[in-house]
Ligand binder design. Structure first.
Ligand code: NAG
Ligand code: NAG
Ligand code: NAG
Ligand code: NAG
Ligand code: NAG
Ligand code: NAG
Ligand code: NAG
Ligand code: NAG
Ligand code: NAG
Ligand code: NAG
Ligand code: NAG
Ligand code: NAG
Length: 665
């Protein structure tokens, strides 16, 4: 154990209290310790189950049911109307509305690329967007029950909630009261040109101030903490261009994931239910390579966190995350921790890929370029004075200590080591959608992975998920429908370049698996130069590039796919509506017959394992990235690497400044 920055805690808290503003301050990042615990006889902090007895948190069930009853029927009506376009009559449509298919959307990781790809896709599925509505695709978001995010996908998900679920246009680019993502200010060095200038110094100082405040509660920090704070500046709602380099707001510190239920759009069931995914490495293993599929995968909801994996099968009340429990009990009545579930820390935990990056010898992340090295360098420097434990993972006090000690890998550990949700190769957070108790009918896989040399996906995440569901989660989760079995087949069938439906013709009723819609990041259908296949570690985008990125993704999402044509499919909106209602047919006995219109759609969009499509059907696409704003980017690419020496001096400067304040007092 290394001790936190050696400042007298009482002095520091005096400084912090003095400087704190009414609007909140960056030190609100510090969890509250020595809090009274609930009476665990009446309000257990942990719930345990088995794959056979698994059940949803009661508040998750009531949220989903309320949304299905009060909100989604009208959303269906707004989307599919009287059903005549998709070939069903009014009485069937009424049945669909009453027996809604339960739909989830999963957004992959991949840094800013994945966050923007996820945003562009959501925009194309959002009824509030005029061109999406016009194309017939806008509406799927409104009828969805769940949305899951992993790493970069967790950033767009978290951002949607903590900005009260605005349109993507407003979320990313801002409006009268939202400031947008401000992606042109570099994630790690926002005032790029000179790291020693006042603005960058203030920024590093604020971040360090937050992290020190947490460490001073004797809660172990890591690289994930400054990382979490940097992410908060862009994706939470308290940072504008004009307050970026000030302490005028908390920059998202103090906003808690467990407070999502207080956000108006959520409270009114106007949003899907959010799920964030993170992996864990066996505590103390120091593992830096790809995780084995067995290692426990966690999910974080606004209500609880834990795992459905058979070997854990337990959940912890999220409001008390950060508390050490043993066999479900805290050390004493006032040993509880609150406010550990900082929104930035949740998004940072899901995106905590440092253990792999730090392993330079085995590093398998091909896109980890010079900017990534600079980012890492700056984070390490920030952490130097506060690190107290494994620095390359997100450190979570283990509430599952002494639970399931015969199967749970970390039952003996006091800590959990969370790492990036993609560390086991599942980059699209599909696992949570297959949990049996959730009973999903359709899952949309939004895949912004960078698998090949041009940073396009090749299905590797889907192949891995299918295998993990079969080999590890057989008892607790539904299986995956048939897919191209290898990445080579994803490529040769063209499935990685176009929207595809998996599992269109289940053998059983109820169907043995959900319908899966695969939406890979892929080149523009009309043959334009692509701007969306950027590197995972590109941590700033000019406004022009970001604009084109979202527009290009949006345009592709509403375009569908035509065989042997570089053009949009005018029927795609109809076909998407067909897919969205399809599983509701099975809720009638015998199942309602698929309409002719929909059957025709399915011949074109469904993957039939007996007759897989041919990749040569996808024509006229350009695959090489073309920088849409070369002058804008030239200023920043490789910048951090060039400035490593300056950066190190800069952080030393910050530490001196903090010490200076103490001295002055
Ligand atoms: C509506 O369609 C269903 C299924 O095709 C059919 O059974 C039913 O008779 C139709 N109802 C009306 C009012 O046409
Ligand atoms: C749908 O549900 C409403 C309210 O429960 C009911 O009045 C109506 O008959 C149902 N319609 C169908 C087609 O099941
Ligand atoms: C930010 O969102 C929170 C809810 O998460 C809300 O309470 C707060 O008013 C918002 N702040 C701003 C500046 O919009
Ligand atoms: C929590 O309480 C213990 C004594 O029970 C005390 O030693 C410790 O300093 C307290 N921690 C904080 C951060 O107040
Ligand atoms: C915020 O306050 C901290 C601690 O005093 C300081 O180091 C930092 O420079 C300040 N940041 C800004 C943006 O003013
Ligand atoms: C992991 O690293 C820590 C600190 O360096 C060391 O004490 C521990 O033995 C290592 N664990 C393993 C399994 O190598
Ligand atoms: C854990 O707690 C349960 C009751 O909550 C008790 O039945 C069980 O014996 C405890 N196990 C251990 C190892 O203390
Ligand atoms: C209660 O437990 C906490 C955490 O282990 C510890 O810091 C604190 O000193 C304990 N308080 C008392 C009164 O024993
Ligand atoms: C697990 O806990 C039980 C109950 O305390 C104990 O009897 C058993 O020996 C423990 N098993 C292991 C592998 O530690
Ligand atoms: C579950 O735990 C058992 C006992 O430790 C272990 O043998 C098995 O590999 C684990 N299974 C998974 C899927 O991790
Ligand atoms: C709809 O999305 C497009 C493409 O990103 C965008 O240009 C347009 O402004 C959006 N419209 C609305 C109303 O948000
Ligand atoms: C994938 O593998 C399964 C099981 O081996 C096989 O039945 C199926 O035909 C394969 N699918 C394709 C598209 O090759």
């Amino acid at each position: 154990m290394r001790s936190p920055l050696a400042l007298p805690a009482c002095l520091l808290s005096l400084v912090l209290a003095t400087l704190a503003q009414n609007e909140g301050s960056p030190i609100d990042y510090a969890p509250l310790v020595n809090q009274s615990c609930p009476d665990t006889n009446t309000a257990p902090l942990i719930r345990q189950f088995t794959p056979e007895t698994q059940s949803l948190h009661p508040d998750e069930s009531s949220f989903i049911n309320a949304r299905l009853k009060d909100v989604i029927p009208q959303a269906w009506a707004d989307w599919i109307g009287d059903g005549s376009k998709i070939g069903y009559n009014q009485s069937v449509v009424d049945f669909f509305k009453n027996n809604s298919a339960k739909i989830g959307i999963s957004i992959s990781g991949g840094g800013y690329r994945a966050a923007q790809y996820g945003a562009g896709v959501l925009s194309g599925l959002d009824a509030r967007n005029d061109s999406a509505k016009q194309a017939g695709t806008g509406g799927l978001l409104q009828v969805s029950s769940y949305i899951a995010g992993l790493s970069g996908g967790s950033w767009v998900t978290g951002s949607l909630f903590f900005n009260d679920f605005p349109t993507i246009e407003d979320l990313v680019f801002g409006n009268d009261h939202l400031s947008g993502w401000i992606l042109d200010l570099d994630l790690a060095a926002p005032d790029g040109l000179n790291l020693l200038n006042d603005a960058n110094q203030y920024f590093f100082g604020s971040i360090l101030w937050s992290v020190i405040a947490k460490a001073n509660k004797w809660i172990d920090t890591s690289l994930t903490d400054p990382w979490a704070r940097m992410i908060s500046y862009h994706f939470l709602n308290e940072t504008t261009r004009s307050n970026f380099f000030t302490n005028e707001t908390a920059h998202g510190a103090g906003q808690l994931w467990s407070n999502i239920p207080l956000i108006p759009s959520y409270a009114q069931h106007q949003t899907p239910f959010p799920l964030i995914m993170a992996d864990s490495r066996p505590a103390g293993s120091n593992l830096t390579t790809q995780l084995a599929p067995e290692s426990v995968v966690y999910e974080i909801t606004p209500l609880e966190f834990g795992s459905w994996d058979p070997n854990l099968s337990a959940m912890m009340n999220l409001s008390y995350a950060g508390t050490h429990l043993s066999n479900g009990t805290a050390d004493n009545d006032t040993a509880c921790v609150r406010a550990f579930d900082q929104a930035g820390f949740i998004m940072g935990s899901s995106a905590s890929l440092f253990n792999q990056i730090l392993d330079f010898a085995n590093n398998k992340i091909s896109s980890f370029g010079k900017d990534g090295q600079g980012l890492l360098y700056s984070l390490q420097r920030l952490l130097r004075s506060t690190r107290t434990r494994a620095d390359d993972v997100a450190n979570w006090p283990n509430p599952f200590h002494n639970i399931k000690n015969d199967t749970f890998q970390d039952s003996a550990s006091k800590w959990l080591e969370f790492i990036d949700g993609s560390s086991n190769a599942e980059n699209v957070p599909l696992g949570p959608m297959f949990v049996k108790a959730r009973g999903l009918d359709m899952v949309v896989a939004v895949d912004g992975s960078a698998d090949d040399l041009q940073s396009w996906p090749n299905g590797s995440s889907i192949v891995f998920t299918a295998a993990r569901l079969t080999n590890v989660l057989n008892a607790s989760h539904l299986p995956f429908p048939p897919i191209p079995n290898t990445t080579d087949q994803f490529i040769s069938t063209g499935v990685r370049r176009r929207p595809t439906l998996f599992g269109c013709n289940p053998a059983q009723n109820p169907p043995e698996y959900p319908l899966v819609l695969y939406l890979p990041n892929s080149p523009p259908v009309k043959g334009d130069d692509p701007v969306t296949n950027t590197g995972t570690f590109q941590i700033d985008y000019t406004q022009k590039h970001s604009r084109l990125f979202i527009d290009q993704t949006h345009t592709n999402t509403i375009a569908g796919f035509l065989e042997k044509a570089a053009a949009a499919d005018p029927q795609w909106g109809v076909c998407l509506q067909c897919a969205a209602v399809d599983r509701a047919r099975y809720k009638s006995s015998p199942p309602i017959i698929r309409s002719e219109t929909c059957a025709e759609c399915f011949t074109r969009y469904c993957f039939d394992p007996a007759h897989p499509p041919d990749g040569s059907l996808v024509v006229g696409r350009k695959v090489n990235f073309v920088d849409p704003d070369p002058e804008g980017l030239g200023k920043v690419v490789g910048f951090l690497q060039k400035n490593v020496v300056g950066l190190s001096l800069g952080v030393v400067g910050v530490i001196v400044a903090v010490a200076g304040v103490i001295g002055w007092l």
